[in-house]
Ligand binder design. Structure first.
Ligand code: FAD
Length: 479
């Protein structure tokens, strides 16, 4: 009888899991194993919200394995030691896993593979989280892409050919002596902070339900709906994608199947393109592994950030900047572990431009508080808004949070939901309550942390200085 280890990481699902399918096909018994080794991911080990999600996702995977008369086996890192101990105790001859693309994880996985192969163990790895691996898509000059549109054009020609693999119908699963209890990993917060996260259902079934909801309700209106934070206009699949509870292949197949059942099929292309941004982010992280901390565009290195302002940062984190749409977003994040994409752009713009705080300060906060915190997407998002990234919004394009709020949250429904001080604000005051000082005082809502107009000018001046004093023409400097 041959035994293999299935090393689960961020592929916490049974369907479309190529490593699992291959392990089951080649061996009589497979031991499903998760190894908790946060030290190996250094400063980018899962943050508090991510750990909450991970706990529940591991529990869901364990329950799914239970339906096949198995259970998720859990070990503590270092990963190599845990794998060797599992090999020793089970007599396994092979290890299967799905690849990840964060620089530290790649280094760890290479070292693990080398050591196990030297021990005489077969090691097989697969792609389970991307349509195409970062090295499979390249420019005509065989370089990595730095601009999204040509990257997407290339990727789009490939994705219809990639098909998801079915969940295994039956599994012969093995166990490990001394598997650790999930609760002993201490992943859940000790403070009563994540109560609002209960609206999420981590795990493979939760991901499928979310996809179904999106297909039924929102994909057909995605283009108009995706920018309106008060609506449920996006898929909210980001945490499920991050933890590998669903793959882009499954999403595309699910949406196509849904469209085929309907006479008036919705156009799913704009949504697929957005998933393309996720692939682009992984492409960039793989080829430019320093981007979680360093400017993608080195020309940005001369930019003079304002000194770190602990007081202002605290107000930003707590949703107390006095800029309603920004505070609504920061409070939504704290309460639910998620924030709408349009609002992520606005809060990041206020931090990096009006407050001129370094984008890493923002990306770190997101890292700790987002249930979908993802090194590739988060680094790309922050550098895009800051203007230092690949294919980024230019620095001089500074969002005006009031006009953005009036445009995308016209009647203030999103603000009213998250900022109760402004629930009854009349008309435009919900977007700019400082315009009526008597109302502002009575509401108990704070005065704005920054003067939007003056700080915008300061930011543009700092940007010009970093470019050797070159001035921007008036139209290019516009909002
Ligand atoms: P949908 O609109 O339904 O999109 C579907 C999927 O496409 C998303 O789940 C996501 O995987 C991908 N996607 C969509 N937009 C983007 C984008 N701009 N960049 C990369 N992938 C995208 N996304 C994360 O998953 N994790 C992060 O840590 C993260 N940090 C961000 C930080 C900033 C400052 C900004 C501006 C954006 C960030 N994003 C991040 C991207 C985006 O905001 C989220 O992916 C999106 O809001 C998730 O909601 P959704 O699943 O409903 O998205």
């Amino acid at each position: 009888m041959t035994i293999a280890l299935m090393w689960f990481r961020r592929d916490l699902r049974l369907a479309d899991n190529p490593a699992l399918v291959q392990a089951l096909a080649a061996h009589d018994r497979v031991v499903p194993l998760y190894i908790h080794a946060p030290d190996e991911e250094g400063e980018w080990a899962p943050g508090a919200a991510g750990r909450w999600w991970l706990h529940h996702s591991l529990a869901a995977l364990d329950a799914s394995l239970g339906k096949h008369r198995g259970a998720l086996q859990i070990g503590h890192g270092p990963s190599l030691d845990a794998l060797r101990a599992a090999i020793e105790s089970t007599g396994a001859t092979a290890v299967y896993f799905n690849r990840l693309y964060e620089p530290r994880v790649i280094r760890r996985d290479k070292a693990v593979r080398k050591a196990l192969e030297a021990d005489g163990i077969d090691v097989a790895s697969f792609n389970a989280s991307l349509w195409c691996e970062p090295w499979e898509v390249a420019t005509k000059q065989d370089e990595p892409y730095r601009v999204f549109t040509p990257f997407w054009r290339n990727l789009r020609t490939r994705i219809d050919a990639v098909a998801a693999v079915e969940a295994p119908a039956s599994m012969h699963l093995g166990a490990l002596p001394g598997s650790v209890a999930l609760d002993d990993l201490g992943l859940l917060p000790t403070r009563d902070w994540a109560r609002g996260f209960d609206a999420w259902t981590p795990g493979e079934q939760g991901a499928q339900d979310m996809l179904q909801l999106f297909a039924d309700d929102a994909v057909g209106h995605y283009v108009e709906g995706r920018d309106l934070p008060a609506r449920h206009g996006t898929s909210r699949l980001s945490p499920h994608l991050h933890w590998g509870e669903i793959s882009p292949l499954q999403i595309a197949a699910g949406l196509r199947a849904h469209a085929a059942r309907h006479k008036k099929a919705p156009d799913i292309e704009p949504y697929l393109r957005q998933l393309g941004w996720r692939e682009f982010a992984h492409h960039l992280l793989f080829h430019f592994p320093k981007t979680p901390r360093e400017n993608f565009n080195p020309k940005f290195d001369t930019f003079r950030w304002a000194p770190r302002d602990a007081h202002a940062l605290r107000r930003w984190k707590r949703g107390m900047t006095g800029i309603p749409i920004v505070d609504a977003g920061m409070r939504e994040l704290w309460a639910t572990g998620w924030m709408h994409n349009r609002v992520r752009m606005l809060v990041a713009s206020l931090l990096t431009k009006n407050m001129r705080q370094h984008w890493v300060l923002g990306s770190k906060w997101f890292w700790d508080t987002l249930v979908d915190a993802d090194l590739a997407n988060n680094s790309l998002g922050w550098q895009w808004v800051a203007g230092s990234g690949a294919d980024a919004a230019p620095y001089f394009r500074i969002f005006n949070p009031v006009t953005q709020s009036e445009r995308f949250d016209k009647d203030g429904a999103y603000i009213r939901r998250w900022v109760p001080e402004l629930r009854d604000a009349p008309g435009r005051l919900v977007h700019a309550p400082w315009e009526d000082q008597a109302f502002l005082k009575a509401s108990g809502y704070p005065s704005p942390l920054v003067d939007l107009k003056a700080t915008r000018e300061d930011a543009l001046t700092a940007y010009q200085a970093s470019r050797g004093g070159r001035t921007l023409s008036a139209d290019r400097a516009g909002d």
